[in-house]
Design a protein around this ligand. Structure first.
Ligand SMILES: N[C@@H](CCC(=O)N[C@@H](CS)C(=O)NCC(=O)O)C(=O)O
Length: 205
């Protein structure tokens, strides 16, 4: 069975939602505290030298990291979670998948640990990253389809990202006030009975 090394509510929640939607069984291994020296960090570092979550250990022992790569792996097993090949929505799915991890996710990498990257001005770096992240979400909200899901009529793995990311900074209240489409999509994901347990376990609902 796949092992998901993660922390409730963190980036591993995106993988957990995707695996659950695809009916792929997994075992969750909580590595809370991995971002400080200690046994949890040692456990994770052995599998992923970047020491990030999610880190997956697949059925064959291979290590898989990067939520976008994990999404592609899930799609190999459950193609219905992306628009079909040949549909215009598929290109937008591919674009948004890379866009989220290439643009939004790094704002967390830098703003969550600003002292690592800018020891002399950590607060400035953090504020700039958060302001940039807000501008990205505003752009995204303007470019999303009318709904009910990010790509229109079909629930896709992009919706897993939006649901989990809505629970992170700048937090649900900001999304409710500024990004109505992201907010509505995240609400719809939160109402999927299939995801109820995993969302609760990750303190997203
Ligand atoms: N590119 C990775 C980013 C993963 C990531 O940054 N995860 C965060 C937690 S949500 C993390 O592990 N941060 C710790 C660190 O970067 O040191 C992905 O898409 O999975």
């Amino acid at each position: 069975m796949i092992k998901v090394y993660g922390v409730p509510g963190w980036g591993s929640a995106i993988s957990e939602l995707m695996l659950t939607l695809a009916d792929i069984p997994y075992q969750f291994i909580n590595v809370d505290g991995f971002d400080s020296p200690g046994p949890q960090r040692e456990l994770l570092e052995k599998r992923n030298p970047l020491c990030q979550v999610p880190t997956l250990e697949l059925e064959n022992g291979e290590i898989m990291t990067e939520t976008a790569a994990i999404a592609l792996m899930v799609l190999d097993r459950c193609p219905d979670l992306a628009p079909p090949v040949g549909r215009v929505e598929r290109q937008q799915f591919q674009r948004l998948l890379v866009w989220l991890v290439a643009n939004v996710y790094p704002t967390f990498t830098y703003a969550d640990y600003p002292e690592r990257w800018s020891p002399d001005a950590p607060e400035q770096l953090e504020q700039n990253c958060i302001a940039y992240r807000k501008s990205l979400y505003l752009w995204l909200d303007n470019h999303l389809k009318a709904g009910p899901w990010a790509l229109g009529e079909q629930l896709t793995l992009i919706d897993c990202y939006l649901c989990v990311m809505r629970s992170w900074g700048p937090r649900a209240q900001w999304f409710a006030a500024n990004t109505p489409k992201i907010n509505a999509i995240a609400d719809s994901v939160c109402q999927l009975p299939k995801l109820h347990k995993v969302l609760k376990d990750n303190e997203i609902i």
